[in-house]
Design a binder for this molecule. Structure first.
Ligand SMILES: [Zn+2]
Ligand SMILES: [Zn+2]
Length: 124
């Protein structure tokens, strides 16, 4: 049984990024991360490719913040990203999972200016 998206109720599909499997909505392209998967993927190069949705859809869905966890049905709480506090997402305090709307993970993953410069001057 596929998980249902907590925002648009479409089926979510499992997507694998180098062995880490997240659930992505086939409708709105929001992404469900199990506990620690978000933090883990934030450190992996290229993981932002998982977030292939339209950020305009994501911004609309960002206003839907009364949702139940697709795993354990607890009402989720609203969180802000530690590094990018304008990125708001939903977090389940019971199972530790997080739901990010389309475009939000790309935003969280986005390089800082220093990271971009370092990458530019790295010789490899
Ligand atoms: Zn959805
Ligand atoms: Zn949960």
């Amino acid at each position: 049984m596929a998980l249902k998206c907590p925002k648009c109720a479409r089926d979510m599909e499992a997507v694998d990024f180098q062995g880490v499997v997240v659930d992505r909505c086939s409708g709105c392209r929001g992404i469900w991360f199990d506990a620690f998967e978000k933090e883990y993927l934030e450190e992996m190069d290229g993981a932002e490719s998982l977030d292939d949705g339209d950020e305009r859809v994501g911004r609309r869905h960002n206003d839907i913040d009364r949702i139940d966890c697709p795993h354990c049905r607890t009402q989720m709480i609203r969180m802000v990203d530690l590094k990018k506090s304008y990125v708001r997402f939903e977090h389940c305090a019971t199972c530790g999972g997080s739901f990010l709307d389309a475009g939000e993970f790309r935003e969280v993953k986005g390089q800082t200016v220093m990271q971009a410069l370092r990458r530019l001057f790295r010789r490899d």
